[in-house]
Design a protein around this ligand. Structure first.
Ligand code: 5AD
Length: 472
C-alpha cells in the first residue's frame, strides 16, 4: 500500500485534523512514511491565520513539486486544511503539480479521494464545499503514531466561529459555529481513556460558544422532549440553566473514570462566565491553566477588532481566575500593529502585559487577510513599526516569563509524564498542571502516563528541569 507523509502547520486543531486523517488512512491500509522523501503521498495541512504561514506552505509545496517533477513524477501532492479551504482551485492554478485540495469540512474524505487519484480514476480533486454535520465526522485518533501509547489527546468539540473579529480569517476557513453533542464527545473521550489517555484537551476555535448555535447536537433531539443533549442526567442539583453548555460538557467529561486532567483551547474572554471560573474550583481534573487571548490592551483597538470586551473586563476576569486558583498559569495571544494602533494604544498593551504578568504570550505582527474588514481599514501600520512593537513587547513578556519560571526553582510540583523528550530521548518530559514543560532524568524507571512529583532544579527558557522527588 502507498505510504503517506503529513506535514502540519498552525494550531492544535490542525494537529488534531492531521492525526485524524493519518488514522483514517492507516485504517484503509496506507502506511505512514518516516519522511517526505520516502512517501508516495505528501499532504500539507495548512494555516491561513497570517500571510507568513501561507507563504511557508506554498514555498514548501513549490520545493516538493520541483523535486517530484525531477525525481518522482508519481508522487501525489495535496493541500488540506485552512489555506486549502480559503484558496481552493486557485492553488492548483498556481501549482499545477498539486493533485488534491481538501477543505476543512472534508477531512473524512481524504482516503477515498487519494484512492481515486492513485488508481488513476481522477486526475485532480478540489473539494472545499460546506458539508452538513462535518463537525462530528472526525473521531479516529492515531496517538503518537501508535494507538496504544499516548498519554494526552486532543478532542474536537466544535468547528467554526461566528465572532468575526475584524482581523481574522477563521470564520471563512472554518465556517459557522457547529457543535458536537455531549454524549458523542464523552464517548470519544471514554474510548481514549480506555486506551491509556490520561489528559484530554477539548478543542474548538471558540469553545466558550460551545453548544450555543446549530450543529449536529440539535439533530439528536428526542420527539416531544426538550433536547437534553447538553444536560447530562448525572449533573448536580443546580438548575442547568445557570451553566453554559461548555461548562455542562466539562462536567460530563470530568466524570470519566481514569481521566486525570482536562484542558481546553481556546476560549474567548467575552463568553468566559462565572460558571467557567467556578468550574476551576469545583472540578479537580480541570487543571490550573488558562489560555485567554487578549489581542490588545487598548479599548479603542479592542473595539476596532470587534472583540466584544474592554480592558477592564479582561483584567477583572484575570483577577477572578487568580482568586479561584492562585497558581493558575495564564497565557495569551496579542496582535501588534493592528490598523490604527498608535504608540499610545501600544503602550496600553505593554502596560496590560506588565499588569497581568502572563506566564507566556504569543505575539503576532498584524497580517492583512483578504476579505477581512481590518484589511481595508485606514491607518495600516508600517511593517517596520510592527516589527519594533513586536520586539518591544517580546522583551517585556519574556522578562516576566523568565521571572515566573525562575520562581519554580526549588519547588515541588506534580507533573503528568508524557514520554521521552524530543531533544534528548534519554530524558523524559511532562507538564505541570499549570502547563509548564518539565524535563527530567528518569533514572531507568518507566514513568510514562504517571502523575509524578518532581522537584524543580533549574529553569530554562520556557522549560523547567526537575528531579523526581523521592520520599521526603
Ligand atoms: N494577523 C496577526 N495575527 C492574527 N491572529 C489572527 N489573525 C491574525 C492576523 N490577521 C492571531 C490572534 C489569534 C491567533 C491564533 O492568531 O492573536 O488569537
Amino acid at each position: 500500500m502507498p505510504s503517506v507523509f503529513i506535514k502540519t502547520y498552525g494550531c492544535q486543531m490542525n494537529e488534531r485534523d492531521s492525526e485524524a486523517v493519518a488514522a483514517q488512512l492507516v485504517a484503509k491500509g496506507y502506511t505512514l512514511a518516516p519522511s517526505e522523501a520516502a512517501a508516495d503521498v505528501i499532504l500539507l495541512n495548512t494555516c491561513s491565520v497570517r500571510d507568513f504561514a501561507e507563504k511557508k506552505a506554498i514555498g514548501k509545496m513549490q520545493n516538493l513539486a520541483a523535486d517530484a517533477r525531477k525525481n518522482r513524477p508519481d508522487v501525489v501532492l495535496g493541500f488540506m486544511g485552512c489555506m486549502a479551504q480559503s484558496r481552493g482551485q486557485e492553488l492548483i492554478d498556481r501549482l499545477p503539480d498539486v493533485d488534491l485540495v481538501l477543505g476543512t469540512q472534508k477531512f473524512h474524505h481524504a482516503a477515498d479521494y487519494l484512492d481515486e487519484i492513485l488508481a488513476g480514476h481522477r486526475d485532480k480533486i478540489v473539494d472545499v464545499a460546506v458539508e452538513q454535520g462535518s463537525e462530528a465526522t472526525i473521531r479516529e485518533h492515531l496517538l503518537n503514531g501508535n494507538a496504544q501509547k499516548s498519554v494526552t489527546a486532543y478532542v474536537s468539540i466544535m468547528q467554526g466561529c461566528n465572532q468575526r473579529c475584524t482581523f481574522c480569517i477563521v470564520p471563512d476557513t472554518r465556517g459557522e459555529e457547529r457543535s458536537r453533542g455531549i454524549p458523542d464527545i464523552v464517548a470519544e473521550c471514554r474510548q481514549l481513556v480506555s486506551q491509556g489517555v490520561k489528559e484530554i484537551t477539548l478543542l474548538g476555535q471558540i469553545v466558550t460558544s460551545y453548544g450555543k448555535r446549530g450543529g449536529s447536537s440539535r439533530e439528536t433531539k428526542v420527539e416531544g422532549r426538550e433536547p437534553e443533549i447538553f444536560l447530562p442526567s448525572t449533573l448536580d442539583a443546580r438548575p442547568s440553566t445557570t451553566k453554559t453548555p461548555f461548562v455542562q460538557l466539562l462536567d460530563a467529561v470530568h466524570e470519566i473514570e481514569g481521566l486525570e486532567r482536562i484542558r481546553f483551547a481556546a476560549p474567548h474572554p467575552k463568553g468566559y462566565g462565572d460558571d467557567l471560573i467556578e468550574a476551576y474550583t469545583r472540578l479537580p481534573k480541570l487543571v490550573e491553566s488558562a489560555h485567554l487571548p487578549v489581542q490588545s490592551g487598548s479599548d479603542r483597538v479592542l473595539k476596532l477588532m470587534h472583540r466584544g470586551y474592554t480592558r477592564e473586563r479582561f483584567l477583572g476576569l484575570i483577577k477572578k481566575l487568580r482568586r479561584a486558583k492562585p497558581d493558575i498559569g495564564i497565557t495569551t495571544d496579542i496582535i501588534v500593529g493592528f490598523p490604527g494602533e498608535t504608540e499610545d494604544d501600544f503602550e496600553q498593551t505593554l502596560s496590560l502585559a506588565r499588569e497581568v504578568e502572563f506566564d507566556n504570550a504569543y505575539i503576532f505582527k498584524y497580517s492583512q487577510r483578504r476579505d477581512t474588514p481590518a484589511a481595508d481599514m485606514p491607518g495600516q501600520v508600517p511593517q517596520k513599526i510592527r516589527e519594533q512593537r513586536n520586539h518591544r513587547l517580546l522583551e517585556t513578556v519574556n522578562g516576566i516569563g523568565r521571572r515566573k519560571y525562575d520562581a519554580f526553582v526549588g519547588r515541588r510540583t506534580q507533573i503528568l509524564v508524557e514520554g521521552p523528550s524530543r531533544k534528548n530521548p534519554a530524558r523524559m518530559t511532562g507538564r505541570t498542571r499549570c502547563n509548564k514543560i518539565v524535563v527530567f532524568d528518569p533514572a531507568g524507571r518507566e514513568h510514562r502516563g504517571q502523575l509524578l512529583d518532581v522537584k524543580i532544579t533549574r529553569a530554562g527558557s520556557f522549560t523547567l528541569y526537575g528531579d523526581p522527588a523521592i520520599l521526603e
